[in-house]
Design a protein around this ligand. Structure first.
Ligand code: MG
Length: 385
């Protein structure tokens, strides 16, 4: 039996993870749940799954939860999240928090030597070098939940000899605006941007998919997870999302990972790793699909992919600043404060204003994150005006 804490259980990945736990036939035991602020849903989940300890990152939400829920313990704030991670006897933490707020919990789990099923890509985008070094130091495993990285993890692990992998290839659905020109993107609405063609996801990640920033974040995530230089990671647009990733080997062979897009597959793999358990997904029928198509990403219409690569190349705190600017910009778009195309503009200007410094400590990241948010908010005002 494996004892599991789920962070971000009220979100899309978290809810599907609860499904996976329920189907595990007792293989997985839930020992803690956490969310940012949705306390009513969190309490309902705890009641349903027999969990007696929860944590809420938001102080006010935690206070409300403690008032209405007397059958269990409510931990409060970021310290509460850390306490839930380190004091619940967890063997595995699933981190499905949203944004750079996931970095603290990632560090807490790995620092304790607890294996981490990572659905929070921002942890690696922001602090990849330190995070992977921490895992190495404590011997904890980082098992990716992101579908492309779960695929890569399986493909990379299938190669036993070092030095055989030439390139990693990530596929991208292209998002809801694939094929449109930059001009056409100025007037797209929040609702159009939230309608993702192939994956069922939350608000922030849906917007990231629409701008292709999601793929930019994933390139950086892959760079850290698989210790692969940026220039050996490719992105190809594949609207059907059937091939999730591919590795190209030194003898000319390429290995790909295929399946109908369903997040329960990578979630189940991460929670049960190295075992595989049954997941009730539709089997892949290639003849029924008929054809799979591929194209280059359009970096003129979708500059975020280029911006992510530029930030990764600049190194130091640049990816952290880029991520912070993206979070501020996405929120501003969701709040209808600026147009869709403003997202890339705010990120680009924030990166121009940011002076990257080397990262010696996690505190450097928290400082860079806060500073970049402030700069980005000013640019949001500028784009709006
Ligand atoms: Mg993904």
């Amino acid at each position: 039996m494996r004892r599991v804490v789920i962070l971000g259980s009220t979100g899309s990945v978290g809810t599907q993870a609860l499904d996976v736990v329920e189907r595990s036939g007792g293989e997985l035991e839930l020992v803690g749940l956490a969310a940012a602020s949705s306390f009513e849903r969190l309490i309902a989940q705890a009641e349903k799954h027999g969990v007696t300890r929860v944590a809420l990152a938001d102080d006010a939400a935690a206070a409300r939860a403690a008032e209405v829920w007397t059958r269990g313990e409510v931990l409060r704030g970021n310290e509460g999240l850390v306490e839930l991670i380190v004091n619940s006897g967890a063997d595995l933490v699933l981190n499905a928090m949203i944004g750079s707020a996931g970095l603290g919990p990632t560090v807490a789990a790995l620092g304790e030597g607890i294996d981490l099923a990572l659905a929070n890509k921002e942890s690696l985008v922001v602090g990849g070098e330190l995070v992977m070094a921490l895992a190495e130091a404590t011997g904890a495993q980082v098992i990716p939940v992101d579908s492309e990285h779960s695929a890569l993890f399986q493909l990379v692990n299938s190669e036993q000899r070092p030095g055989t992998i030439d390139r990693l290839v990530l596929t991208a659905s292209g998002g809801p605006f694939r094929g449109r020109r930059l001009e056409d993107l100025k007037s797209v609405t929040r609702e159009e941007a939230l309608a993702h063609p192939t994956w069922d996801m939350g608000g922030k990640i849906s917007i990231d998919s629409a701008t292709l920033m999601n793929k930019g974040l994933e390139v950086i995530e892959a760079m850290h997870l698989f210790a692969m230089p940026l220039e050996r990671i490719d992105v190809v647009v594949h609207p059907q999302s059937i091939i999730h990733a591919m590795i190209q080997l030194n003898d000319g062979a390429s290995l790909a990972h295929l399946g109908n897009p369903d997040m329960r597959v990578p979630i189940s793999y991460a929670l049960h790793y190295p075992e595989r358990m049954d997941v009730p997904v539709r089997p892949l029928d290639l003849a029924e699909l008929g054809q799979l198509t591929f194209e280059h990403p359009d970096e003129e219409a979708f500059p975020c992919l280029r911006l992510a690569r530029e930030a990764a190349l600049a190194g130091g705190t640049a990816p952290c600043a880029m991520n912070a600017a993206n979070e501020v910009a996405v929120q501003a778009f969701l709040d209808r404060e600026m147009p869709f195309t403003g997202i890339a503009e705010v990120i680009e200007r924030t990166l121009e204003a940011h002076e990257p410094v080397p990262i010696h400590h996690f505190n450097v990241l928290y400082g860079a994150d806060a500073e970049a948010r402030e700069i980005a908010r000013e640019f949001v005002g500028g784009v709006r005006a």
